[in-house]
Design a protein around this ligand. Structure first.
Ligand SMILES: [Zn+2]
Length: 362
């Protein structure tokens, strides 16, 4: 058994979208109720568990929040569970004390907690008290649904589904490439990834492409009166641009990493010293735009799932300065040198390809 999750955009009609907002509001109210009850408990030297709080909430909910009878009680129940988790994490010292949720916080609620109240059929999902909502794509994994979270981001509704699935469903797919090779990968700003087998994957650098749009949207926000209706609208436009940028980046990373792991029998990468590199102000913007660490994380988990060993070179291994043919070390190589020319053996090669060859596991 393995857990997989997939986030899918929903296509709700107006009525359904309103209902989802109501559920998210109900979850927020229940969470805040539980938090204040827990705080009252603390003041009276009494440790209230989420079971106590749930009992207390259930006793008063129809008087206090009469509108909740039309909504799924899963929303409030799971919100109180979540507070319980947050409190126990706080007790273990893993995070700070939970705070009240505000209207302006992330809009979301947990529709199901593995109780089987949610059904998925092709590209539709049945949510309690809401009914069948259209999804933009089908669920990729087969198995038991163990958690369903509905959330709103940039005026779009999403559902995030966690599934306990049988690994045999996806690990025995026929290989796409008969021959698999060890691959060394050099990541960079100009080219996202250069592989030792000669493949290169471009970096879309969406921030650069959307720089002007982003600047204009930012200006729009700053010219409005904070908190006003027009300010809200301008904020929505701005977050839309940010969302678009994030999507382009994410997509490029997914496409490159999946292609690499399908061809590789073993993978060698370098250890990035991102925080050190970010100190270089000229590079900082381009670096955070390319989100290289996210790329490497993605590559690692995808390789891991397929059982492909991944080796990380030592942080101080000079992958770009060493000659991939004779091992000679070129000390005076600057970032602007796009070609590598070895003075010892006469090798003339692309700089990134040279680094990738050095990182290739044997
Ligand atoms: Zn050489």
């Amino acid at each position: 058994m393995e857990r997989r999750s997939q986030q899918i955009e929903l296509n709700p009609n107006n009525k359904q979208a309103t209902l989802m907002s109501k559920h998210a509001g109900y979850a927020r109210v229940a969470y805040n109720f539980a938090l204040s009850s827990f705080k009252v408990g603390l003041d009276n030297d009494e440790w209230r568990t989420y079971v106590d709080i749930k009992r207390e909430f259930n006793a008063v909910k129809y008087d206090k929040f009469h509108w909740c009878s039309q909504l799924s009680q899963n929303a409030s129940k799971n919100a109180i569970h979540n507070l319980g988790d947050a409190v126990s994490r706080w007790k273990k010292g893993q995070n700070s004390f939970p705070t009240y949720k505000k209207r302006s916080d992330r809009i979301s609620y947990q529709a199901d907690n593995g109780t089987g109240t949610v059904e998925v059929h092709k590209n539709r999902i049945k949510l309690p008290k809401i009914g069948w909502v259209r999804m933009r794509e089908e669920l990729r994994f087969k198995g038991t649904i163990s958690k369903v979270v509905v959330s709103k981001c940039n005026n779009r509704w999403f559902v995030s589904i966690l599934i306990d699935c049988d690994i045999s469903n996806f690990n025995h797919q026929p290989p796409l490439f008969d021959e698999k090779h060890p691959i060394g990968i050099d990541v960079g700003i100009n080219t996202l990834a250069t592989c030792s087998n000669g493949d290169t994957y471009d970096n879309p650098r969406p921030l650069k492409r959307y720089e002007r749009k982003l600047a204009r949207a930012n200006r729009c926000v700053s010219r409005k009166i904070k908190g006003s209706q027009n300010w809200q609208k301008a904020k929505a436009v701005l977050s839309g641009v940010h969302y678009r940028i994030a999507c382009i980046r994410e997509d490029a990373h997914h496409q490159a990493t999946i292609r690499i792991v399908r061809k590789a029998s073993a993978i060698g990468i370098e250890t990035l010293n991102i925080s050190g590199l970010l100190k270089n102000r000229k590079l900082a913007k381009a670096l955070s735009d390319s989100a290289l660490s996210r790329f490497l994380t993605m590559l690692k988990y995808k390789a891991d799932r397929r059982g492909i060993p991944i080796t990380e070179a030592d942080q101080f291994f000079a992958s770009s300065k060493t000659c991939s043919s004779c091992g000679h070390k070129k000390v005076d190589l600057t970032l602007s040198n796009r070609q590598y020319h070895c003075s010892k053996c006469g090798l003339h090669i692309d700089r990134d390809l040279n680094a990738a060859l050095n990182l290739c596991p044997v």
